[in-house]
Design a protein around this ligand. Sequence first.
Ligand code: FE
Ligand code: FE
Ligand code: ZN
Length: 277
Amino acid sequence: MFYIGCHLSSSKGFLNMAKEAVKLNANTFQFFTRNPRGGSAKSVDLEDIELFKQFAKENNFGKIVAHAPYTLNPCSADEKTREFALQVMTDDLKRMELIPNNYYNFHPGSHVKQGVDVGIDMIADLLNTVLSEDLTTTVLLETMAGKGTEIGRNFEEIKSIIDKTTLSDKLGVCLDTCHVSDAGYDIVNELDTVLEEFDSIIGLEKLKAVHLNDSKNELGARKDRHEKIGEGFLKIETFKNIINHPKLKNIPFLLETPNDLSGYAKEIALLQSLYEE
Ligand code: FE
Ligand code: FE
Ligand code: ZN
């Protein structure tokens, strides 16, 4: 099954996002759990959630992906920022259990001069606090471009976080195509090699979702500037190879390209035309 969708605004609730997705011919979507710059989440609307679940089932949706706010930084040098991360993730994960068995993706964080090792320990500390045995949500660590002091710029750093997390079976990885290219992984010419490397370091069974973004910058640029599909450094052929890769079957692909809804509809149609049954 080809699960394709895009990032949608969560301001009008779950049922509306799902309906919007169907209009775009999508069968999954991503949304921010709250304002991407932080702040409080909307109050929970249980009726909306029940209607969403029914609608998603009727329309054969794949797993959906919640995205934590960008301001969440579990390895900040500032204790208040780390507390905010703990508080937000605790609350988000509690809410996610109202739509069980989906994904919650976050940027591992920036260590801000404290060093990678300290950063990784702090991220694992947070995960060891918020994860519990009964959680049905899988928490995804996103692969990062490596700008500034971002952690998760290579597979080894992601693996290290997973290894330091006790309930590591609750963790997965979301591979962002713009980010990994910016981080220096050549998915344009060496997709198989990159996936083999992912497999030998982390294990491909941990790869639960892919962010499909072209990049405004060249391999290894460490910039993190998303571009529309086929209009950046990565080119159409790379996306065709990714969505059809035998090792990436049945996982959700989410667009985070600079688009309005009609732009997303076009990219979804384009990718569906490139998908080989
Ligand atoms: Fe992200
Ligand atoms: Fe992303
Ligand atoms: Zn990005």
